[in-house]
Design a protein around this ligand. Structure first.
Ligand SMILES: *[C@@H]1O[C@H](CO)[C@@H](O)[C@H](O)[C@H]1NC(C)=O
Ligand SMILES: *[C@@H]1O[C@H](CO)[C@@H](O)[C@H](O)[C@H]1NC(C)=O
Ligand SMILES: *[C@@H]1O[C@H](CO)[C@@H](O)[C@H](O)[C@H]1NC(C)=O
Ligand SMILES: *[C@@H]1O[C@H](CO)[C@@H](O)[C@H](O)[C@H]1NC(C)=O
Ligand SMILES: *[C@@H]1O[C@H](CO)[C@@H](O)[C@H](O)[C@H]1NC(C)=O
Ligand SMILES: *[C@@H]1O[C@H](CO)[C@@H](O)[C@H](O)[C@H]1NC(C)=O
Length: 471
């Protein structure tokens, strides 16, 4: 993190809020929404009932409450948006450049600038490897959040085509429903995605041409891409986003629909004002300019129970000089893929660890940091761990290294520490928190200035430190 990118806080209660963010108990609200949409005659009763059953059964199977991949994603996204709201001194005013985040908080989302329709209408979508469906807000928008860009107007697009309830795309949805004639025309596919933090999006599943911006002003137009035309969107969506770009492993994600063998991104540092490149279908010599740093490669593990997510084989964590006394099984999938595991996610901000692992990591930082014991700030057990420091100080904090099967992620300072100011006091905080999900999530804070390649054809993830504004 840029030393000048100090954050202003209105209240230390952020620590409490952050803990609450990781709670995920909103499934009932999806069921209620579907019932409400049915009552309003927006979707047909038979399909709605089926949808509710399906969703609830997945929830029940999990025991811990973590099953539906879409719910997991929503939780992660929600935590970002919520935290950003709390952190941000001037909500909703941060400028956003293409493919980049809002400017003044450590809980960041990276936005991709695309265009949909003929002629193309611009959209700004959160790049999210933790979900599949791509959606943007759509007129008539009876319930949309405010956005900087005009809402997508399907009437203006000559290539827009709603999908039918029986289409394969509709069947790929986690919660498909059939729209009623009154609202959507006959037999149209309606999607509903819920968010762990209360956020939801519902709308028409459709096909249209999606235009990707390329280098040097070139564009690539891909016809017939399935996406959600979201008309009921409510919750903690923020920034200049107009929706989400799903980069997961499922059939509806953009990489799946574009049939690319690989994609990569390189997130510029939060303090930078330059765009972050996202590349699809890459040259084989991608890393030739890596400048000597060793490219690290580790297997991507597929989990049939939650096929959307990119699981990694994580082995352990080193803090300073200590390999944490945590068994490898703490990072592994359990219960036939319904529980545990380690994922890499562009839609989550900071590193989340299972609670027991987090407590061990926290103790290791406190034991090894070269600061007086009294400098440990009174935050919640869930974190983040913060130290009171003198203004502008850069205390000597132990290094943080993540170990994977065949790869090591030796995090630079900007990838795990951030600075805060609150009520006249200065803090240095470790960008790691406990997750009640019992799962490890490598967030985008850890991935700043790292070129990350998802080799889908060979199930491998590669990463190398990079200057992302030069990629
Ligand atoms: C971002 O939002 C601000 C205010 O909310 C607006 O002035 C600005 O034009 C928006 N930018 C884009 C690219 O939508
Ligand atoms: C959407 O486009 C149609 C067709 O041009 C137009 O009649 C309508 O006014 C537009 N809606 C809005 C809200 O701009
Ligand atoms: C609406 O769709 C149903 C089957 O999905 C069909 O039987 C009916 O004829 C359609 N009505 C119109 C007006 O297209
Ligand atoms: C990415 O995929 C393309 C084929 O789609 C292949 O030619 C290329 O070598 C791959 N690049 C990397 C870096 O794996
Ligand atoms: C494990 O999960 C897979 C995929 O979801 C399923 O097909 C299989 O039946 C499950 N096995 C057990 C023992 O639950
Ligand atoms: C630390 O926080 C807890 C719970 O918020 C509170 O009960 C306790 O008094 C605080 N301790 C100090 C030293 O502020």
């Amino acid at each position: 993190m840029n030393p000048k990118a100090t954050l202003k806080l209105s209240s230390k209660s952020i620590f409490m809020h952050i803990e609450q963010l990781i709670n995920m108990h909103k499934l009932a609200e999806l069921a209620l929404l579907v019932v409400l949409l049915t009552a309003l005659g927006i979707i047909s009763p038979a399909h709605a009932a089926a949808a509710v059953r399906m969703q609830l059964s997945r929830r029940t199977d999990a025991g811990s409450g973590l099953t539906g991949r879409e719910l997991l994603q929503r939780m992660a996204l929600g935590s970002l948006a919520r935290a950003a709201q709390i952190f941000s001194a001037s909500p909703a005013s941060a400028p956003v450049v293409p493919g980049q985040r809002a400017d003044d908080d450590p809980y960041t989302l990276y936005l991709a600038r695309l265009a949909i329709g003929t002629p193309p209408q611009p959209v700004l979508l959160v790049l999210d490897t933790g979900s599949d469906l791509t959606w943007t807000q759509c007129l008539p928008c009876p319930a949309c959040f405010a956005q900087g860009l005009p809402y997508f107007n399907l009437s203006l697009s000559s290539t827009f085509a709603a999908r039918s309830c029986g289409s394969p795309e509709c069947q790929s949805l986690p919660v498909p429903s059939c729209g009623t004639k009154k609202w959507w025309g006959n037999n149209t596919c309606v999607y509903t995605y819920s968010y762990g933090d209360n956020s939801v999006t519902t709308g028409l599943l459709a096909l249209d041409t999606v235009m990707f911006a390329g280098d040097a002003g070139r564009t690539a137009a891909v016809p017939g891409v399935a996406f959600g035309c979201g008309v009921f969107n409510n919750g903690l969506f923020r920034y200049n986003m107009t929706g989400i770009a799903g980069f997961g492993r499922g059939a509806l994600s953009l990489p799946s629909q574009l049939k690319v063998d690989n994609f990569s991104y390189c997130f510029t540092a939060m303090a930078a004002s330059t765009p972050s490149p996202v590349l699809l279908g890459l040259p084989a010599n991608l890393y030739s300019g890596a400048g000597g740093a060793a490219v690290q490669t580790t297997p991507i593990i597929q989990n049939p129970t939650i096929p959307t997510l990119y699981y990694l084989s994580m082995k352990g964590i080193t803090v300073g000089s200590t390999r944490l006394p945590v068994p490898e099984s703490a990072f592994a999938l359990r219960n036939n893929g319904t529980d545990g595991g380690t994922i890499i996610d562009s839609g989550t901000s900071i590193l989340l660890l299972p609670d027991q692992v987090y407590q061990v990591l926290r103790d290791a930082f406190v034991a090894q940091v070269k600061l007086p014991a009294a400098s440990v700030a009174n935050t919640t057990d869930a974190g983040p761990l913060c130290f009171t420091v003198s203004p502008q100080a850069k205390p000597d904090v132990p290094r943080l290294v993540l170990h994977f099967d065949g790869a090591t992620m030796d995090l630079r300072r900007e990838n795990y520490l951030f600075d805060l100011e609150d009520a006249g006091a200065s803090y240095t905080c470790v960008a790691v928190m406990a997750s009640e999900l019992n799962m490890t999530i490598i967030g985008n804070f850890q991935q700043q200035n790292m070129h990350v390649l998802y080799d889908l054809a060979n199930n491998k993830l590669s990463f190398v430190p990079a200057q992302c504004d030069k990629v």
